[in-house]
Ligand binder design. Structure first.
Ligand code: HEM
Length: 192
């Protein structure tokens, strides 16, 4: 009892409050403390999080295009299907009648790429002239200068080195009747 009266006297001396008011305020302060501290991470929990880091995100899988498939003889019309519009087909591009699988260079020739307009086409003239003009994206080399042919040759060397040759362009007619003789003749001309 003496302890109780000492406590009451101390509360009164230090705060000027009645014991009931003092304990009510104390309870309210504790409630506020619990409420505010619940808004923050408890130090122990934060330490636990540090020791068990969140699982690493799945590693980015590098894009690996499928192995180039040999197409053999292919017409310009058939080549168009390999312009990147079908993601299941390789990206093909022809230079001097030779067809290259440029799937590895999809950032250049794939949809949205800076040279996407070359995919699925015979690009010799455009490369020789260093032209982006759609009317130059064809195989016509007739009126080109020596210097322009040299530029084309350099492109051809680059493509031979970088990409796999998967076929050769043949005229429409040579495929319709499967006329081997004319097909061979075209191949011979292009291999020169
Ligand atoms: C403003 C002019 C041009 C600039 C700044 C430019 C720049 C580039 C660059 C930085 C590359 C990447 C080279 C690499 O990493 O191997 C590239 C590739 C290429 N450029 Fe251009 N270029 C220009 C004009 C042209 C023109 C006029 C053509 C042909 C008509 C052309 C055809 C190509 C082709 C076909 C590739 C891809 C070669 C491959 O498959 O490796 N470029 N260009």
């Amino acid at each position: 009892m003496a302890f109780y009266s000492t406590v009451v006297a101390a509360i009164d001396a230090y705060t000027g409050l009645s014991p009931a008011a003092f304990f009510t305020i104390l309870a309210l302060m504790f409630g506020v403390y619990r409420l505010v501290s619940s808004l923050f991470v408890y130090p122990d929990d934060a330490a636990a999080e540090k020791t068990s880091p969140p699982p690493a995100p799945p590693a980015m899988q590098p894009f690996v295009p499928p192995e180039p498939v040999q197409m053999g003889d292919i017409t310009l019309e058939e080549l168009k299907a390999y312009d990147g519009s079908d993601p299941n087909k390789p990206l093909l591009m022809a230079i001097k009648g030779q067809v290259y699988d440029v799937s590895m260079g999809r950032l250049f020739y794939g949809p949205g790429g800076p040279y996407a307009f070359f995919a699925g086409k015979e690009t010799s003239r455009a490369l020789a002239l260093m032209s982006f003009d759609p009317s130059d994206i064809n195989s016509n080399l007739e009126d080109l200068s020596e210097a322009e042919l040299e530029v084309l040759h350099d492109w051809e060397e680059k493509f031979k080195e970088k990409y796999v040759k998967v076929g050769q362009i043949v005229p429409e007619s040579s495929k319709v009747g499967d006329d081997n003789e004319s097909s061979d003749q075209i191949k011979g001309n292009q291999d020169e």
